[in-house]
Design a protein around this ligand. Structure first.
Ligand SMILES: C[S@@+](CC[C@H](N)C(=O)[O-])C[C@H]1O[C@@H](n2cnc3c(N)ncnc32)[C@H](O)[C@@H]1O
Length: 374
């Protein structure tokens, strides 16, 4: 069955949830501002640091706002991170190529407790390049969510610890995504992609949000990769920490899979290299940082699988992919889940885009670097 999405002139913004607005229009290479083309996140910092407060921002400034910051040697332009409001403190860190990483200073930092014992000392690195040493208190155990709070004197202190609900081997799996996700995994297997992956597998789940799909993914990985499997995720917001903790606990206990999910900005922070990346619902038609995010993922993952709601997102994604990779194969198909079902107005994971790098991957790196220096 083939389905038609609403055309771009009928719909300007579709609100998939009350939080996620997805502009439905196709972007091409021409929409990639030069400021987003490079990948400076791969370079170390040079020690120069600037802090300032976010000024008043006009309500109709839209998204992808660039701030102009006067500095002694000129003026620098940096993107305003999402969710930043007037008065927030922004920290800028310069990299060795003179580009800047920008982060909002937080007064709270939460993390999922790793496998450790009371009295152990954990080293925690915050986005604003602060390294904290945390002695695990009595009563705090693996998969609890600990929150530290910045004190008025600037020091960090233990604030609270939230324990997860009792473990269940059959956790909640939302009916609005699980079957769609399972159909993608099955299609990857049927098409031979899974059999071409190494048996010891590193999997990335970029921009994973709640990471609701962990049960389907965990079951699939342990059926197809009986040896060593690890899963790493990165998502901009740490709102989902409790979900990540539950996923980590379930994957470890039920499937013996190591899983770590961190809050981080994929447009600024590199993902570790992976054999397989599965990125569900990239907000590519927002443009700006999404060019860099997609380029970055193609660079570090051998097999990248993306799924989008809309035709316009799929086309934008393919345009982005074509900007960054030369010799990898690109396959686009409709999720077989919808073959036998009525198409809803916001069809989760409807289009699947798969990018497979040739063995060796040298061509990928060449094209990546030639794009950066263009
Ligand atoms: C449409 S949601 C998809 C979430 C999840 N994969 C799903 O399908 O439910 C897009 C996600 O991308 C995340 N995101 C946006 N910009 C990001 C960035 N620069 N780095 C990491 N994640 C980002 C958002 O916070 C959001 O959770």
């Amino acid at each position: 069955m083939s389905h038609e999405s609403p055309s771009a002139d009928q719909v300007e913004y579709c609100y998939v949830t009350k939080e996620i607005g997805v502009p439905v229009c196709v972007l091409t290479e021409k929409d990639c501002d030069t400021r987003w083309q490079g990948f400076p996140q791969w370079l170390p910092f040079n020690g120069r640091r600037i802090e300032f407060q976010v000024p008043q921002i006009s309500t109709d400034a839209g998204s992808n706002i660039m701030l102009q910051v006067p500095v002694p040697d000129g003026k620098l332009e940096v993107p305003l991170p999402e969710r930043c409001a007037e008065g927030d403190t922004l920290c800028l860190f310069q990299r060795t190529d003179d580009s800047w990483k920008i982060v909002r200073r937080r007064d709270e930092f939460s993390f999922v407790v790793p496998d450790c014992s009371p009295g152990d000392s954990l080293t925690l690195t915050l986005a604003e390049q602060v390294s904290l040493s945390f002695a695990v208190p009595e009563g705090v155990s693996e998969h609890d969510v600990v929150t530290l709070r910045r004190q008025p004197d600037g020091e960090w202190a233990f604030d609270r610890c939230a324990a997860l609900p009792l473990f269940t081997p059959t956790p909640f799996q939302p009916e609005w995504t699980t079957a769609q996700y399972q159909h993608i995994l099955d299609a990857l297997k049927d098409k031979g992609y899974i059999d071409r992956l190494p048996r010891n597998l590193n999997v990335s789940v970029p921009f994973c949000g709640h990471f609701h799909e962990y049960v389907a993914l965990g079951n699939f990985l342990s059926e197809n990769f009986p040896s060593d499997v690890s899963v790493f995720g990165m998502e901009l917001y740490d709102d989902y920490l409790v979900d990540w903790a539950k996923a980590q606990r379930w994957l470890k206990k039920v499937r013996g899979i190591r899983c770590c999910i961190e809050a981080g900005d994929l447009a600024q922070d590199p993902l570790p290299s992976a054999d397989l990346a599965i990125g569900i619902h990239p907000e590519v038609t927002k443009g700006g940082p999404w060019f860099r995010i997609i380029g970055s993922l193609l660079r570090c993952c051998k097999l990248c699988v993306f799924a989008t709601f809309y035709k316009e997102e799929k086309e934008t994604l393919v345009n982005m992919i074509n900007m960054y990779q030369a010799n990898g194969s690109v396959e686009v198909f409709e999720n077989p889940f919808y073959e036998t079902r009525e198409l809803p107005s916001h069809p989760a994971m409807r289009f699947v885009v798969v990018v497979e790098q040739p063995a060796g991957g040298k061509e990928l790196l060449r094209s990546f670097f030639s794009f950066c220096s263009a």
